[in-house]
Every structure is written in structure tokens, then in C-alpha cells.
Design a protein around this ligand. Structure first.
Ligand code: MFK
Ligand code: FAD
Length: 512
């Protein structure tokens, strides 16, 4: 008798075979946009299926290394990344993963187009999507707060579609003293002519191979430092490519995101330019955070979609107890649950992308601006957690094979785990929801818009959603009445309940 060998899972076409994305596009995106985008998305999906996975595998196998000294004892602090990683960043430039949002060929819809591209790119990118997120955030800050010199000299590099002239940007916020609470930062900025010199340590800096970075520091005059942080722009290297007064102490040895260089740095008088108003660094960097958090959510949805595609294909091939797994009612139910989670995440992310596009093009009204502000932390925290749960279940769908490195499956779970930590943890984002809903009228505007959307639904489940919304509506004030401690202790609960209601509405609107 022939010995048995299992057929491995094969990746379907990330664009044409993603039923969730296709349904969403049909129901939400204007026909003329869809027609214009289709060929490009199809071709990026093809690259994400054929060209990028071997590069991602190679980048994972050859993680970055830190070369501290040259053979003659000079400190060089070079970070060497694999050719595959460089190529993955190059593909991001060619595919306009950042640029599409700023070229604005489709006005406010350009953000949606760009997020669709990111959604296709990310799961095959070995998380080169991370530097793209930070580059996009930096572009937005320069667009909003940068002077003419920065807009003219730096922005074209961040938005370039040519891998040679494309620059990525870093975002250095976290210090040993605090990552969530950046007000504990110790880095100081000392004026030097029109610019500043930065002194301090940055504890997590991803994509340290970037050309530029945005960072926070306290302006110091004499022995006195400002109470509040300011935002600074840094160009990491001089014309010869040498780091400008930056010491790389070491690269982190991480659970996942292994192809991504994440370094600990010491800033020893790094030249920097103040961006925006002195002492207003946190609100200024928030426009980066709100973009990178949506990238995070989009990438979470991307991982869910990728895992699910592989699990579906495998379920058709793997047999147990006399039939393919796909025909086992309980396995099918498991896959259906995962599909629903994926669809919910996708809906939430793309609703936020739609709103972000409108805000960036000055088309968002007061209600839409409030919805975007409240839903951004919710989308990030909800999808970050769900991605870990979904990827974990996906591994289980493969049985023991899901736990074996060279199937390429464990990396999904390892990398998903970071999504709830960086760019603000689940708790910190739940508290950000409280921060946002405490602003005048924001909560009422969101509730009112959700009520209108529920009323427009032609579905039996709308009643249940209406009741859930009503119960949610008074929750912040009930909790607040019991004191600030009680409100904070329940912030996560509030965020997840809000996510459930919003996802429910969006899914019914799309007809899923
Ligand atoms: C796969 C791809 C994914 C992406 C790649 C990621 C790579 C990894 C990169 C990182 O992890 S970078 C580091 C990310 N770090 C964080 O996200 C920090 C998390 N901590 C927070 O978000 C804290 O809530 C925060 C630092 C903002 C608290 O700081 P403060 O100084 O205690 O805030 P405060 O005093 O409440 O607010 C100061 C101002 O900022 C207020 O404005 P006003 O002064 O005008 O009133 C706030 O309203 C405003 N603000 C804060 N957060 C905001 C915001 N405004 C808009 N949006 C927000 N999210
Ligand atoms: P802490 O702030 O010490 O948090 C510890 C725990 O306390 C968390 O569970 C948190 O939720 C909880 N907590 C904190 N405050 C509260 C509160 N008020 N109420 C309830 N719970 C609370 N940072 C950068 O700036 N740039 C980068 O490029 C970067 N890259 C990263 C790459 C990777 C792979 C990782 C893992 C991290 C990276 N980070 C980066 C750092 C990341 O943003 C921080 O780790 C994160 O913001 C949390 O900060 P922390 O590590 O100091 O944890």
C-alpha cells in the first residue's frame, strides 16, 4: 500500500479569493473607484502570493545583525539587514503602500485604497509593514506641522514609489522609564542655533535602518527642563551614511517580528528639529499614533484573513474520521467563527479608514470626526486581541503541523502577539477611549450616529443591537458616578462592548 503524505496548504489568491474583502468592496466602495483599483489590487495580490512569501521567509531566516565595531576597532554601529528585507521595503515603495494615501487620486477614498493595498501587502511582508506605518505617520505630521523646508525636502522621499529614493521613518517614544506613560521620558533637547541636540536613551526603536525619525524630548535651558514634551524630527545619518551621534547599544532578541530590527539607542547630541509648538509634543505625535494604530488594526485583519485562507484550504485537503475536515460539522463551525471574526475586524478597520480619508480631505463633519477619534483606539485594541485568538485557533486547525516551524504557521501567532502591545497596549487604548469620550459631545455624537444606522437596518438582529446600544449608552456616566477608579477599571469592558455593537452594525450593513 502507498504510504500517506499530506498535501500542504496552498495560499489562494489574496485578492480575488478573499470573500470578505470582495463583499465589502461591492457594498461600500463607489463603482468608479473599484474599477480604477481592481487591476492594481489584483497584481499586488499576485505579488503577495508568489513573489513576497519567499522573500519573507528569507528575511526571517536571516534576521538583522548589529555590527558594533569595524575590524580596526572603530565604532561603526551598523545594522545589517538581509537583501530580502530590503527588497520587501522596495516592493512597498513600488506598490505605493504609503504614497497612495497622499497622492489622493481618489480624494477621500484614497485612504481606503491605500489600506486595501496594506491589507494585501502586510501578511507576506515579514512585517516590513511596520516601517511603512511609521513612515506614513511621519508624512502626516510633516504635512500638518512641518515647515516648508521639511515638506519640500523630506516628504517626497517618504512618498516616493522609487525604492532607491524612498526613505522610511522611525518613531522613538518608548524609554526605559516608560512606554505607556511617555511623560516619564528623560531625553532632553538643548538648543543649538536654530535647531536642537538630543541627549538620552530610547529603549525600543523599530526599523532603526530608517533615514529619519520622529521623537519626543523635553527642551532644556541651563539646568531647567520643560515640564512638557516636544516633538522632534531627526535625520539619522550624515551624507556618508554614518549615524549622527547615535549609539546603537543592541538589537532586541524578540519573540516575533524577527526580521524587523528593533534597537536600543543612546542619543549623544543628535541634531534635531522642533516640529510644531514647544511643549505640545504629545498631541502632535498623536496624529502619528492614530495612523499607526489603524495600520496595526489593518495588519491584524490581514493576519486573520491569511490564517483563515490557509486553514480553509487545509480543511479541504485533510481527512479525518472518514471525510475532509471541511465536512466535519464542528470543524466547519470553527472555521465559520473565524470567518466572522475576520469579517468583523475587516469592517471595523475599513470604516475607520473611510473616516480617516474624509478627515484628511476636510470632508468629515463633526459626527464623523468624533466617530473616528473614538473608534480608532477601539479598532486597534479589539483587532489586536482578536488577531492573537484567531491565529492561535488557526494553528490548532492544522493540528500538530500548526506548531511546526517550517510549515510557516507559527510565525503568524508569534507576530500577531505584538499587535496588542506596541502602539499602545489594550489597557492604554481603553483609557484612550475614555480620554476621547470625555471630550465635549463626542460620545453623544457617536451614539446618535449608531442609532441612525441601526434604524436603517432591515434585519431582525437590529432590535438586539438597538438594545445593546441603549445599555451601553449610559455606561460611562454610571461608571463615572462610582468614581474615576471604577470608570478606569471598566474601560476595557466598555471598549469591547462598543466594538461588538459597532461590528454588529457594520456586518449587517454589508449583509454578512
Ligand atoms: C504592523 C504595523 C503596525 C504599526 C507599527 C508599529 C511599530 C511600533 C512603534 C511603537 O510602538 S511606537 C510607541 C507607541 N507608544 C504609544 O502608543 C504610547 C502609549 N501611550 C499613550 O498613548 C498615552 O495615552 C499617552 C502617551 C498619549 C499619554 O500621554 P499624556 O501626556 O499623559 O497625555 P494627556 O495629557 O492625556 O494628553 C495630552 C494631549 O494629547 C491632550 O490634548 P490637549 O492637551 O489638547 O487636551 C490629549 O487629548 C492628546 N492626545 C492624547 N492621545 C491622543 C490625543 N489626541 C488625539 N489622539 C490621541 N490618540
Ligand atoms: P508599560 O508601559 O510598563 O506597561 C506595562 C503594563 O502596564 C501593560 O500591560 C500596560 O497595559 C499596563 N499599564 C500601563 N499603564 C496603565 C494604566 N494606566 N492602567 C492600566 N494598565 C496600565 N516603541 C517605540 O517608541 N518605538 C518603536 O519603534 C517601538 N517598537 C517596538 C517593537 C516591538 C517588537 C515591541 C514589543 C515594542 C516596541 N515599542 C516601540 C515599545 C512599545 O510601544 C511599548 O513596549 C509599549 O508602548 C508599552 O510600553 P512599556 O513596554 O513601557 O510597558
Amino acid at each position: 500500500m502507498a504510504r500517506f503524505f499530506q498535501s500542504p496548504p496552498e495560499l489562494m489568491h489574496p485578492w480575488s479569493d478573499d470573500a470578505v474583502m470582495q463583499a465589502w468592496l461591492r457594498s461600500r466602495v463607489p463603482e468608479h473607484c473599484r474599477q480604477r483599483w481592481e487591476a492594481g489590487l489584483e497584481s499586488l495580490g499576485h505579488r503577495a502570493r508568489e513573489e513576497m512569501p519567499p522573500l519573507a521567509e528569507s528575511a526571517e531566516r536571516c534576521p538583522p545583525v548589529h555590527i558594533s565595531f569595524d575590524p580596526w576597532g572603530r565604532r561603526v554601529d551598523e545594522i545589517r539587514v538581509s537583501d530580502a528585507w530590503t527588497r520587501l521595503e522596495g516592493i512597498a515603495a513600488e506598490e505605493g503602500i504609503v504614497a497612495t494615501a497622499y497622492e489622493r487620486l481618489d480624494g477621500a477614498w484614497s485612504r481606503v485604497h491605500q489600506f486595501l493595498r496594506l491589507y494585501l501587502y502586510h501578511p507576506s511582508s515579514a512585517i516590513a509593514s511596520c516601517p511603512m506605518a511609521m513612515t506614513d505617520g511621519a508624512a502626516r505630521v510633516i504635512e500638518r506641522h512641518g515647515d516648508e523646508a521639511l515638506r519640500e525636502r523630506v516628504l517626497p522621499h517618504l512618498l516616493s514609489r522609487d525604492p532607491v529614493s524612498f526613505w522610511t521613518a522611525g518613531q522613538w517614544m518608548t524609554e526605559r522609564s516608560g512606554g505607556s506613560d511617555v511623560s516619564r521620558s528623560e531625553t532632553v533637547a538643548v538648543a543649538r542655533g536654530e535647531d536642537y541636540r538630543l541627549y538620552g536613551d530610547k529603549w525600543f526603536t523599530s526599523a532603526t535602518t530608517s533615514r529619519v525619525a520622529m521623537t519626543l524630548a523635553r527642551v532644556q535651558e541651563g539646568a531647567v527642563a520643560d515640564e512638557r514634551l516636544s516633538l522632534f524630527f531627526v535625520e539619522l545619518r550624515d551624507e556618508d551614511g554614518a549615524l549622527r551621534n547615535i549609539r546603537i547599544n543592541r538589537l532586541k532578541d524578540k519573540l516575533g517580528t524577527r526580521a524587523l530590527p528593533t534597537a536600543e539607542l543612546t542619543l549623544e547630541g543628535v541634531p534635531a528639529r522642533l516640529i510644531g509648538e514647544r511643549g505640545r509634543g504629545v498631541p502632535a505625535i498623536s496624529s502619528i499614533l492614530n495612523i499607526t494604530r489603524l495600520y496595526n488594526a489593518c495588519c491584524a485583519a490581514g493576519y486573520m484573513g491569511r490564517g483563515l485562507m490557509l486553514a480553509l484550504d487545509y480543511a479541504r485537503k485533510r481527512e479525518a474520521f472518514g471525510r475532509p475536515l471541511i465536512d466535519q460539522p464542528l470543524h466547519r463551525e470553527t472555521l465559520a467563527d473565524l470567518t466572522m471574526e475576520h469579517a468583523a475586524a475587516f469592517e471595523l478597520v475599513f470604516e475607520c479608514a473611510r473616516l480617516l480619508g474624509r478627515q484628511e480631505c476636510d470632508e468629515a463633519d463633526e459626527t464623523e470626526a468624533a466617530c473616528l477619534r473614538l473608534l480608532t483606539p477601539v479598532a486597534k485594541l479589539y483587532t489586536g486581541k482578536q488577531a492573537v485568538a484567531v491565529c492561535s485557533e488557526v494553528l490548532e486547525c492544522f493540528g500538530g503541523a500548526g506548531y511546526v516551524e517550517d510549515t510557516g504557521l507559527p510565525v503568524l501567532l508569534r507576530d500577531a502577539q505584538v499587535l496588542s502591545i506596541w502602539e499602545g497596549t489594550t489597557n492604554v487604548l481603553s483609557l484612550d477611549l475614555l480620554r476621547a469620550l470625555s471630550k465635549e459631545k463626542a460620545w453623544d455624537l457617536l451614539l446618535e450616529s449608531l442609532k441612525v444606522r441601526i434604524a436603517a437596518l432591515n434585519d431582525e438582529s437590529a432590535c438586539a443591537l438597538g438594545a445593546a446600544l441603549e445599555a451601553l449608552a449610559g455606561l460611562p456616566s454610571q461608571l463615572q458616578a462610582q468614581g474615576e477608579e471604577c470608570l478606569q477599571a471598566n474601560a476595557r469592558h466598555l471598549a469591547f462592548r462598543l466594538a461588538a455593537v459597532v461590528c454588529g452594525i457594520l456586518l449587517l450593513e454589508t449583509g454578512e
